[in-house]
Design a protein around this ligand. Structure first.
Ligand SMILES: Cc1cc2nc3c(=O)[nH]c(=O)nc-3n(C[C@H](O)[C@H](O)[C@H](O)COP(=O)(O)OP(=O)(O)OC[C@H]3O[C@@H](n4cnc5c(N)ncnc54)[C@H](O)[C@@H]3O)c2cc1C
Length: 337
């Protein structure tokens, strides 16, 4: 019979579990209920006691100031100690940078196997893990006989667990830490309003090459386009995506939007983010771009071209309109609200 262990870790504040960790808890509970299997939770944190508040089952935890910082040596030792103590056949963990760095090593140390980028865990009698291959074009269901089997879950694929405020019991597992050579001295990150890729945003806003093309007055308006887009991102906290044509223009010496890089590119050769809603602007909606919208819940587009790809069944709502005018109005009403 299977038994399930869900590895979790604290967020940067140390005062709460990460959202992706709580998603893994939901996945674990669903699997445990389906298989009628026992489940426990593992917590990696400097002080795990407050984090167990509201968890649905007993937890094993490591507790040491060393676990306040993400670091291979300490995180791998913590996960190994927890998994050995739990002695379960299935280990679910969030695909955070922290666990993605260590989980293959932990699986190896326990003589198990690992699969990453898992989007769903199904199966009534056996565990079936779903993941995408070949740039999200082929969806595969994987089963394995090897145990322990570690499954690293993609963020955004499950609802985050929200429990009653009841204290689950926490058992502290001792860890013998290896020599720690890495200290995190600090974090250097762009200011929030400079950071345009926001995986947790409710809306994906996509800018297409039309923003930098000649407009009906025969002129390009790149400066105005940049201001409209950045104002909208600031007012809406949306995440910024781009078509390939727009990010490629920088290399061709054309007028460009300086805040866009290839990291913003959505599509077959770009990213496939997950957001509840998406708004495409000045983009033609060609298949190699739209394939990156696979996990966007509701799709809307603003295009001048009534024959663009979005109108051919790729969007739920298409506004045949000038995006400069529409976004100026949208920003105006967002600023008032
Ligand atoms: C192998 C391969 C892989 C590819 N991978 C990707 C990928 O990962 N991602 C990707 O995006 N593309 C990819 N492409 C390219 C893709 O096929 C398209 O060429 C690209 O998406 C076009 O970008 P666009 O729609 O922004 O530009 P355009 O095709 O130039 O469209 C611009 C649109 O803006 C509209 N417009 C102009 N002004 C306004 C205005 N004021 N208001 C409203 N609308 C306006 C125009 O009517 C037009 O429809 C790939 C292609 C190949 C061959």
């Amino acid at each position: 019979m299977e038994s399930i262990f869900v590895l979790t870790h604290a967020d940067e504040s140390g005062g709460a579990l990460t959202r992706a960790s709580l998603e893994a808890v939901t996945a674990g509970m669903e699997l445990a209920a389906r298989l009628n299997a026992p489940m426990r939770i593992g917590i990696v944190a400097a002080d795990p006691h407050p984090l167990s508040n509201g968890l649905p089952c007993a937890a094993l935890a490591v507790a040491d100031p060393a676990f306040a910082q993400p670091r291979f040596a300490s995180d791998a030792a913590a996960c190994e100690a927890l998994c050995r103590a739990a002695a379960t056949s299935i280990v679910l963990a969030p695909g955070s940078s922290r666990f993605a760095r260590v989980i293959a090593a932990v699986a190896h140390r326990l003589g198990g196997l690992v699969d990453t980028h898992i989007t769903a865990v199904g199966g009534e009698t056996a565990v079936e893990a779903t993941r995408w291959f070949y740039r999200q074009r082929i969806e595969a269901v994987v089963t394995r006989t090897a145990r322990p089997w570690f499954l690293l879950l993609d963020a955004g694929t499950h609802a985050a667990y929200t429990g009653e405020s009841a204290n689950a019991t926490v058992e502290i597992v001792p860890v013998s830490l290896p020599a720690l050579r890495t200290e995190v001295a600090g974090t250097r990150a762009p200011r929030q309003d400079e950071q345009t890729i926001r995986p947790d945003a409710r809306l994906l806003f996509v800018a297409g090459a039309g923003w930098t093309k000649k407009q009906p007055d025969g002129e390009v308006h790149t400066g105005e386009a940049g201001k409209l887009i950045l104002d909208f991102l600031r007012l809406s906290s949306a995440s910024l995506g781009s078509s390939k044509s727009l990010v490629d223009q920088g290399g061709e010496g054309h007028s460009v939007l300086p805040f866009l890089t290839h990291l913003n590119q959505i599509g077959q050769t770009g990213a496939t983010p997950r957001h509840p809603k998406g708004l495409s602007t000045c983009c033609h909606g060609e298949e190699p771009h739209v394939v990156g919208w696979r996990f966007i819940g509701e799709r809307r587009a603003i295009s001048l071209d009534p024959n663009c790809g979005w109108t051919r069944g790729k969007a739920d709502v298409v506004y045949i309109a000038d995006a400069f005018q529409v976004m100026a109005k949208v920003n105006e009403s967002l600023a008032k609200s």
